[in-house]
Design a protein around this ligand. Structure first.
Ligand code: DX5
Ligand code: ZN
Length: 229
């Protein structure tokens, strides 16, 4: 399967998290925000790395038939290496693994060999120094702005210091990579994240819990784009 292009690295992107959508009509939910979003953020939870279970490769394969978006799969799993190939085959375009699970260099190589775009995620209490050794080898760093496991949590503003730190290091090394934030992102918090240096905004509840998800996605993008003007 040919991967879908992620678009220009570093550009502002809105990535709705399907975790907040109605799983009974996922395809419709995904299509409803198509016009105002860039990537599709797919939250995979294994009930071990995080205290919740969500979805797996079969759902990715089904959704692939309804969306031509870049599938940004966030693997909240203790053993992502066992599933990378299944996600790639199912139609994932990018897979992000957590640095906390270890074996990072090997996982990055494995994902690359499968033709995936590669991301590295860090929990709110994991320091930037943990991702620093891998910055040259990944396409994206995901800085969690909540502890992963559930949607609808409060944005942790204290993570912005880490966003600034990672952005500064990325620029210092002259790297081109995406900095993504995930958790509690809405039109109030998105500008703070963009100001700190993030360019990919994941939003679940702010989009899908809204009466009109398409309007909500547009508002989110507008709030973030104002910072860049
Ligand atoms: C948290 C997930 C997030 C989550 C975001 O474990 O990784 O992607 O769905 O949801 P909101 O935007 O509701 O905080
Ligand atoms: Zn996520």
């Amino acid at each position: 399967m040919t991967a879908i292009d992620a678009g220009a690295t570093g550009a502002l992107r809105v990535a709705p998290s399907i975790l907040a959508a109605d799983f009974g009509e996922l395809a419709r939910a995904v299509q409803s925000v198509d016009g105002e979003t860039d990537w599709l953020h797919v939250d995979v939870m294994d009930g071990h790395f995080v205290p919740n279970v969500s979805l797996g490769p079969a759902v990715v394969a089904s959704l692939r038939r309804y969306s031509a978006k870049f599938f940004d799969c966030h693997l909240m799993m203790s053993e992502p290496g066992r599933f990378l190939e299944a996600f790639a085959t199912a139609g994932a375009d990018g897979c992000t693994v957590h640095v906390e699970v270890g074996d990072t260099a090997k996982l990055i190589r494995h994902a690359r060999d499968l033709g995936l775009r590669v991301g590295l995620a860090v929990n709110p209490d994991t320091p930037a120094s943990e991702v620093a050794p891998f910055l040259n080898d990944v396409d994206l760093v995901l800085l969690m702005t909540v502890f992963p496991g559930f949607g609808g949590q409060r944005f942790m503003v204290e993570v912005m210091e880490k966003v600034v730190e990672v952005r500064r290091e990325v620029d210092r090394r002259g790297l081109s990579l995406d900095i993504e934030v995930d958790g509690g992102i809405d039109p109030e918090t998105a500008p703070q994240a963009v100001r700190a240096g993030a360019n990919v905004l994941v939003a679940g509840s702010a989009i899908f819990a809204h009466d009109d998800p398409l309007v909500a996605a547009r508002k989110l993008r507008e709030s973030a784009a104002r910072v860049l003007r």
